[in-house]
Design a protein around this ligand. Structure first.
Ligand SMILES: C[S@@+](CC[C@H](N)C(=O)[O-])C[C@H]1O[C@@H](n2cnc3c(N)ncnc32)[C@H](O)[C@@H]1O
Length: 244
């Protein structure tokens, strides 16, 4: 399965899923997640926030409604188109950028960055490329800039290997397939992958890049809170800051 995953698998998948995702943009979780980010980052009102792997822009739009200056970045053209439409509908202004997070060119522009609910990080086919995204986020942040990152939790995968079609404990990559119907009605298989991390591993990676890791929390979509990490948490949130 591993050999069948192409480097840009996520673009193919998310281009096809954009329509479905926009229908969920008002998902109950969005407001709670943004409330949590606002409190955690201790934001006032005028900060510039970067959303990496913004999808249909649900967090970008909610942040913009609260007065922040928001940039959403995604490498799926259809996701970016949906995000622009959604922001227009909601009457807010957000800068959306169609770009690969590995090639971001921002330099000390942002007070805060998020990559959550499986944003770009963790979806690359190798560790170097996943880490490259974190390095680019580090560069994009101003000194004292904050990061909230969402990762899949390796402890959960070790305890529940049956949850992933194929989880490789040697690499902590999980693999699965999605079936999509093409415009001509044919069924097409997309091979997908996801990297799982333990908290100590992701903490070490972030620290090697230069971040100070402040906290890790156990996490459920739509229910972000300051919760201790437990073995059965499927996802974890990592809160870090770029030193001043
Ligand atoms: C699971 S969706 C999550 C979207 C959004 N964060 C949310 O919570 O609704 C993941 C998004 O990350 C984007 N993505 C994946 N890899 C990326 C990369 N290397 N650069 C930019 N975007 C990427 C995908 O196109 C997709 O829209």
């Amino acid at each position: 399965m591993m050999k069948k995953v192409t480097p840009l698998w996520f673009q193919k998948l998310f281009d096809r899923l954009a329509k479905e995702h926009i229908d969920q943009s008002g998902a109950a979780g969005t407001i709670q997640e943004v409330d949590f980010i606002r409190r955690l980052f201790n934001l006032c009102n005028s900060e510039h926030i970067l959303d990496v792997g913004c999808g249909t822009g649900r967090h970008c739009v909610e942040l913009a409604k609260r007065g922040y200056c928001v940039t959403g970045l995604d490498y799926s053209r259809q996701m970016i188109n949906s995000a622009r439409r959604y922001a227009r509908q909601q009457n807010v202004s957000v800068r959306f950028v169609h770009q690969d997070a590995r090639r971001m060119s921002f330099d000390r522009e942002f007070d805060g960055a998020i990559s959550i609910c499986e944003g770009a990080f963790g979806l690359m086919i190798n560790d170097e490329d996943n880490i490259l995204i974190l390095k680019q986020i580090f560069k994009a942040l101003k000194p004292n800039g904050k990061l909230l990152l969402n990762v899949l939790h390796a402890a959960f995968a070790f305890r529940h290997p049956e949850q992933d079609v194929y989880f490789d404990p040697a690499t902590c990559y999980g693999y699965w397939t999605e079936e999509l119907t093409t415009k001509t009605g044919r069924l097409k298989k997309i091979y997908c992958c996801n990297r799982y991390y333990t908290f100590p591993e992701i903490k070490k990676i972030l620290e090697e890049i230069g971040f100070i890791v402040l906290r890790g929390y156990g996490c459920l979509a739509g229910q972000f809170r300051r919760k201790k990490i437990e073995l059965d948490d499927f996802e974890i949130l990592v809160y870090a800051v770029k030193p001043s």
